[in-house]
Design a protein around this ligand. Structure first.
Ligand SMILES: *[C@@H]1O[C@H](CO)[C@@H](O)[C@H](O)[C@H]1NC(C)=O
Ligand SMILES: *[C@@H]1O[C@H](CO)[C@@H](O)[C@H](O)[C@H]1NC(C)=O
Ligand SMILES: CC(=O)N[C@H]1CO[C@H](CO)[C@@H](O)[C@@H]1O
Length: 362
């Protein structure tokens, strides 16, 4: 080895007894500090809420396991959450996810949705209606873009539901305040019709969007599309499919949409002829069948989108409030294409509304 032995260098450094004590104390203090920090960083589960016991010993808690699980199971965080809930078989569980922070609580009892989420969505959806009342008033019969407003209202609802009533960020509120605060001259400028008159969409300049909102905006409802959903299924010989799949088809579970009109917007395709018993009870010839044909908006089975019920509840409230408050008049043909762009989700290229306020005083 080399001639410069480190032991020789040590002799050059003269350590007085006080310096040695100070050094020892200093090292000791650092060790204690690191230990305390380490203890502090360990996950602190909320007492009484089930969690994975094995995750208590590492500052990263459940995180490494979650990554591994997601890697093995195809990267779905939702899938990891539902396995967590299923393992503990409890409507409320917690995930220990970062050092120095409180655990994340998972609520998986859907019956609470109507009581808790319903009112939160309702308040936020009402704000969209208020915004559209102002906008339709200013648009005076012209169409305007609905896309961003709907996405943002949906996001507001989810935030309001997830973080409670003190959550300060809202995408809809600043837009509403901005429009309400406009002076007559600005309103006149917005109203001014272009060469196409009433068919020219009105542009509303948006308020500055909250950063938190901007960061989350791309998360919207996952819309399934592709063969068997919006275009005829790819023809695969029956004997090439797995036996279980063939069996399911024979049992009547593999129902397909009629290829003739598969691309048409036709909600009636979910209405099937009601069995006799149901018919007598409800008085309706047909009934809603969610499994009338393939539908992958929220994926399926244990991989199903965890927020599906929340999204449905939200959708129902939004649509009800919209048709309750407005008449949806036809938009010009050039603004009515069903073309869409596939990003994280499948978004319509054009999404315009032409609204007439419904007068409820009649
Ligand atoms: C907790 O452990 C179970 C299996 O023991 C696993 O399925 C689940 O994904 C784990 N939870 C997390 C958040 O890693
Ligand atoms: C919609 O897409 C089709 C095919 O990509 C295209 O031919 C058509 O012009 C588009 N329509 C509109 C209104 O953008
Ligand atoms: C973002 C936003 O405006 N959220 C609101 C949704 O509704 C609840 C009321 O239930 C409000 O507290 C939130 O602020």
């Amino acid at each position: 080895m080399s001639s410069s032995n480190p032991v020789n260098h040590l002799h050059d450094i003269i350590l007085t007894p006080t310096a040695m004590t100070t050094a020892a104390l200093f090292t000791g203090a650092i060790v204690v500090l690191i230990y305390l920090l380490y203890q502090c960083s360990l996950p602190k589960p909320i007492p009484g809420i089930p969690h994975n016991q094995t995750s208590l010993d590492s500052p990263l808690g459940d995180f490494p396991k979650m990554l591994q699980y997601m890697h093995e199971m195809g990267n779905s965080l939702c899938f990891c959450f539902s396995s967590h809930v299923q393992k503990h078989n409890s409507p409320i569980t917690q995930i220990l996810i970062r050092p120095f922070t409180r655990p994340m609580v998972l609520l998986a009892d859907f019956r609470f949705l109507h009581r808790v989420a319903g009112p939160a969505i309702d308040v936020n959806a009402s704000r969209l209606i208020e915004l559209w009342k102002v906008k339709s008033g200013m648009a005076a019969g012209s169409p305007f873009s609905a896309n961003v407003d709907v996405y943002q209202a949906a996001l507001d609802a989810v935030f309001g539901f997830a973080f409670g009533k003190d959550f300060p960020h809202s995408a809809t509120r600043p837009k509403l305040e901005l429009l309400k605060g406009l002076d007559a001259e600005s309103v006149e400028r917005i109203r001014r019709k272009g060469e196409k008159g009433d068919d020219e969409p009105i542009e509303f300049s948006g308020a500055e969007t909250d950063e938190v909102i901007t960061a989350t905006l791309d998360l919207a409802i996952m819309l399934g599309t592709g063969p068997s959903l919006l275009s005829p299924a790819i023809d695969i010989p029956e004997d090439l499919r797995r036996e279980t799949s063939q069996l399911a088809k024979k049992e009547g579970k593999g129902r397909a949409w009629d290829p003739e009109d598969i691309g048409v917007f036709k909600p009636e395709r979910w209405l099937v002829s009601a069995p006799k018993g149901h018919r007598e009870q409800s008085g309706f010839e047909v009934e809603f069948d969610a499994a009338a044909g393939p539908q992958l908006s929220f994926s399926l089975g244990t991989r199903g989108y965890f927020g599906k019920r929340l999204a449905y509840l939200e959708l129902r409230i939004l649509i009800t409030l919209i048709v309750w408050n407005f008449e949806l008049l036809p938009c010009p043909k050039e603004l009515s294409s069903y073309n869409s762009t596939l990003g994280i989700t499948n978004k319509p290229n054009q999404c315009y509304v032409r609204l007439r306020k419904v007068d409820h005083t009649l």
